[in-house]
Design a protein around this ligand. Structure first.
Ligand code: BGC
Length: 448
């Protein structure tokens, strides 16, 4: 697939997919018996918010699908909630799977190609209580679930992501203690979880292909542009380590079957993961700055910070979200292109309640994607995170990522200017030079 040059506008090919990404827990609402409902019941959501109806998709999502069609989207990424489908080990809930058939049919009916993520951070409480991905037989349990989904949803979907961001799941759950099970600084557990998730991915990859001839199977990783605060060897070494552990773990496992030293010494090899992906997804949001150091402050932040003068969206409850950095797509795509697989940008966006910076992020990011495509990288789609404001994990309703604003109480949706902008880019199949001109300046710096 190649882009073509019209004046200076890089146009996208007609089969390039334009989408939005979403996830079950953040959009569906209700209380599925998963580890995040439990975390919330324990009062551990940092913002103190409760997720309540979320975007109320379990009951009805048709009006939002009409919004997608109105924007001109050709694809949509959702996830399925394992805890709804297998609420107790070995008990499959037919009504839940039927609801997903309905949802996927409704997406297809509107001319959009669905991508389904099988694990987007949440899983059943029974699985969590057994030790989740720390346990030896987690790959088998996950692959059984994946196979069940494909057997029952295969008539309405061909494109599967096993996991959303194993790197975020493992690092936030086992090093930062920000996600359940909230282990702190357990580097070994983090490495083991990563290894087991990729083993689970490989096993599911085989089962899905056995169950569905037309299936394509991949996964998506989060890429952060780590930047050393200075040129000192210690800042650069720390940055290099974060890059290796966080950004490149999936690349290493799919390429060689093992994590890089010294991480690799802590976890089993996963030779069966080598080359097991039909496509790779990249979720790209921000840049984090890295400064080496000692003492309590360093221990609590890991030396990661966001200078106040850089462009950024709204801050989280305790910390800034990071520097908004559209050009981060460039190193991410170049690095993962080493796998030789088609690449999708499956998430890109910024928390921005007032839509102050989102238009710039949208225009610049898509322009960088076009340039990469034009240089020959095999990019197949851009998916914005997200259609509407949704429940942002520990930050609850504080961080707003929607093209549409959502009032979680009244459920009223209001389009932000970025919705019309995205529509215009899709209609023109690219960013016109006029648009590029209007959004070339970095927006006013600092968070609101
Ligand atoms: C996750 C989403 C999340 C988004 C914004 C991604 O890392 O996949 O679930 O809402 O970032 O923070």
């Amino acid at each position: 697939m190649r882009a073509s040059l019209t004046s200076i506008m890089l146009t996208f090919p007609p089969d390039f997919l334009w989408g939005v990404s979403t996830s079950a827990y953040q959009f569906e609402g209700g209380e599925p018996p998963n580890q995040w409902s439990e975390w919330e019941r324990q009062g551990r959501i940092r913002s103190g918010d409760s997720h309540g109806l979320a975007c109320d998709w379990w009951k009805s999502m048709e009006a939002d699908l009409d919004r997608c069609r109105e924007l001109g989207l050709t694809s949509m990424r959702i996830s399925v909630e394992w805890a709804r489908i297998e609420p107790e080990q070995g008990r499959w809930d037919r009504a839940a799977i039927e609801r997903y058939v309905e949802i996927l049919s409704a997406i297809r009916k509107r001319g959009m190609r669905p991508f389904v993520t099988l694990h987007h951070f949440t899983h059943p409480l029974w699985f969590e209580k057994q030790g989740a991905f720390l346990q030896q037989n987690s790959p088998e349990l996950f692959a059984t679930f994946a196979e069940f989904c494909v057997q029952h949803l295969g008539s309405v979907c061909n494109d599967w992501l096993t996991f959303n961001e194993p790197n975020v799941y493992a690092v936030f759950g086992y090093i930062f203690g920000e996600f359940p099970p909230a282990h702190l600084h357990s580097v070994r557990d983090c490495a083991v979880v990563l290894a087991h998730m990729h083993r689970a991915h490989a096993l599911a990859y085989d089962r899905i292909h056995r169950a569905q001839e037309k299936a394509t199977v991949g996964l998506t990783v989060n890429w952060i542009d780590f930047k050393p605060a200075t040129n000192s060897p210690s800042d650069r070494l720390l940055t290099f380590s974060y890059d290796a552990v966080f950004n490149r773990s999936t690349l290493q496992l799919l390429n060689s079957g093992s994590l890089q030293f010294p991480f690799g010494a802590l976890a089993p090899d996963v030779p069966e993961a080598v080359d097991k992906a039909d496509f790779i997804g990249l979720n790209i949001y921000n840049r984090l700055h890295v400064r080496s150091g000692w003492g309590q402050d360093f221990l609590s932040t890991g030396g990661i910070f966001t200078p106040s003068h850089v462009p950024q969206g709204d801050p989280g409850v305790l910390l800034p979200y990071g520097e908004a950095c559209p050009e981060a797509v460039i190193p991410a795509v170049k690095e993962y292109a080493r796998l030789g697989k088609p690449i999708y940008i499956f998430e890109n966006g910024v928390p921005d309640r007032s839509d102050r910076i989102r238009p710039w992020v949208l225009v610049q990011s898509i322009h960088h994607v076009a340039k990469l495509l034009y240089s020959g990288y095999d990019l197949r789609g851009y998916f914005h995170w997200s259609l509407i404001d949704n429940f942002e994990w520990n930050e609850g309703w504080k961080l707003r990522f929607g093209l549409y604003e959502l009032d979680p109480v009244t459920q009223v949706r209001t389009a932000r200017p970025s919705a019309a902008l995205y529509k215009q880019i899709i209609r023109n199949q690219g960013v016109s030079d006029e648009l590029l001109g209007s959004f070339s300046e970095q927006p006013a710096t600092g968070s609101v």
